[in-house]
Write a protein that binds this ligand. Sequence first.
Ligand code: SF4
Length: 289
Amino acid sequence: MGANAPAGTLHALLERPQSAAPAADLRMAPTASSSTVGAPPQAQPVPAVTQAAAPLPAAASKPVPRPGASVLPPPSPQAGEGTAAQRMEALRTLAVACTQCPNLAAARAQVVFGQGSVEAALMIIGEAPGAEEDQEGRPFAGEAGELLEKMLKVMGLSMGAVYATSVLKCHPFVPGEPGALRPPHAEELERCLPYLAAQISLVQPKVIVALGAGAMHALFGGKTPMGSLRSQWHEVQGIPVMPTFHPRYLLRNDDVRERRKVWEDLMQVMERLGLTVTERHRSFFLKGA
Ligand code: SF4
């Protein structure tokens, strides 16, 4: 992604000049210069989750909204202190009280912040919580979550060993259609992305898996379908990102060839994580393909 990443994407946030916002700004996370988006973050402190959000700098020609300005607390003397786990909990505390999207905040059962280990080598990011996640308060709940757990198990991992979250932390409901899930609005993403940026910064995973085209569009902009995005490495905050189909897609399309595609992506992730990929792994979902 270049300097023209769309507003409302993680890259757009990270593209903003580092000098224009304090290093401790929740929304800036590890920053990249305007010309080096995607380059490894330089040694710098993890964002202080208790710091106030300073205004985002204006884009070249158009003012940028100020996500977080109304909800984040003023600077604290303790800003920047504590372990990653403590700072993640402080961030969670901010998120569960967040009302920047008044409609979502009023309708949600719970903020679906994220779960797992802050020391995880693998971070899994979906687009937004569905109705089941909203009720349970955890990402990847329900049948899709069960399928994800099965895939992780075959990789030699578990939900407790990874860090799972979504770009949007509140369920984007459809009025009058209980249980329906709509794509997040751009302004909702713009407000919520700072939380994800801080989560990535705190976990510093070796690899990110982006589940579903919606997650990729929120991270990188554009509307490229998952069929064209998957199987190739992307990068955010210097961390390799592998996009693949969301388990919900696999549940809707019960086709072994689609499962094989996801599995091929996950084998690439395993190799990047240094996990052993056996011949048995390589043969999964090949029968009938
Ligand atoms: S979606 Fe994100 S920014 Fe909007 S109210 Fe929920 S936590 Fe806050």
